[in-house]
Design a protein around this ligand. Structure first.
Ligand code: ZN
Length: 222
C-alpha cells in the first residue's frame, strides 16, 4: 500500500469511528430522555392540576355548582395541611348550565344584571376595587377561579382591574359585535359576563387591562 492510500484509509477509519460514536451517543440521550419520561403515577394527579404562570398549581375538584357564591372550596385535607393547605376550585371544564329562573333565584339582582344580562356596575361601587391583600377572585355565579391579587393593579377606573387571569382556560374572551369592537370577558365555566379586556394595561406586565365588575366576583383572602 502506498503512503497516500494509507492516509486515506486512516482518515476513513477516523470518520467512521467518529460517526459511530456520535450515533451511539445520540441513542444514549434518547434513552436517557425516555427514562426521565412522563410515564408514572403522577400523570393522573397532574391531569387534575393546571399551572398558573410562575405560580402554584390549581387544584380542581368536581363539585357541581354548589356552594355559592364563588369562594374557595375547602379541600378535604385542607385543615390537616395547615399553612400548606391547597385551596380547591371547580374545574372550568365542568360546565354549569342553569335556566334563567335558576340564575335569578341564585344571584343577587345586581349580580344577575351583570352576569346574565351583560350589565355594568357603577364605577367605584364595588368593595373589591380596593382589595390589595393576597387572595382569590372567583366567579360569583359558579365559583370558577378567575384572578389572583398578584395580577391586580389600580387602574383608576373604579373597576377591579387585572393584567392577567389565573390561566387562559378559566375565561372566554370574545369580540363583541357592534360599532366598537370591545373584547368581552366571560366565565369559562358558567358563561357569565364578567367585563372586558383592553390593551391599555401595565406595559411592564402583559399590557392588558381586564376591567371586571366586582359584583360578578367573590373574593377570598389567602
Ligand atoms: Zn362562572
Amino acid at each position: 500500500m502506498d503512503p497516500l492510500r494509507l492516509v486515506v484509509a486512516l482518515v476513513a477509519l477516523v470518520l467512521v469511528g467518529g460517526f459511530a460514536f456520535l450515533a451511539a451517543n445520540g441513542e444514549r440521550q434518547v434513552d436517557a430522555g425516555s427514562a426521565v419520561g412522563f410515564v408514572s403515577d403522577d400523570v393522573a394527579a397532574a391531569s387534575t392540576r393546571a399551572e398558573v404562570d410562575g405560580g402554584p398549581a390549581i387544584a380542581y375538584t368536581a363539585v357541581g355548582v354548589d356552594p355559592l357564591p364563588g369562594g374557595v372550596l375547602s379541600g378535604g385535607d385542607a385543615e390537616a395541611d395547615g399553612d400548606n393547605a391547597q385551596p380547591v376550585f371547580p374545574d372550568p371544564a365542568d360546565k354549569v348550565r342553569l335556566t334563567d329562573k335558576q340564575w335569578r333565584d341564585r344571584l343577587s339582582a345586581a349580580a344577575y344584571h351583570v352576569l346574565r344580562r351583560s350589565g355594568t356596575e357603577r364605577p367605584f361601587s364595588s368593595p373589591l376595587d380596593g382589595v390589595k391583600e393576597p387572595g382569590w377572585f372567583t366567579c360569583a355565579g359558579c365559583g370558577n377561579l378567575l384572578f389572583e391579587t398578584k395580577t391586580k393593579y389600580d387602574s383608576g377606573t373604579g373597576w377591579p382591574s387585572f393584567w392577567a387571569p389565573v390561566a387562559a382556560r378559566h375565561v372566554v374572551e370574545e369580540e363583541e359585535s357592534g360599532l366598537d369592537t370591545r373584547i368581552e370577558v366571560r366565565c369559562a365555566r358558567c358563561d357569565g359576563h364578567l367585563g372586558h379586556v383592553f390593551q391599555d394595561g401595565p406595559r411592564e406586565e402583559t399590557g392588558l387591562r381586564y376591567c371586571m365588575n366586582g359584583v360578578a366576583m367573590a373574593f377570598t383572602a389567602k
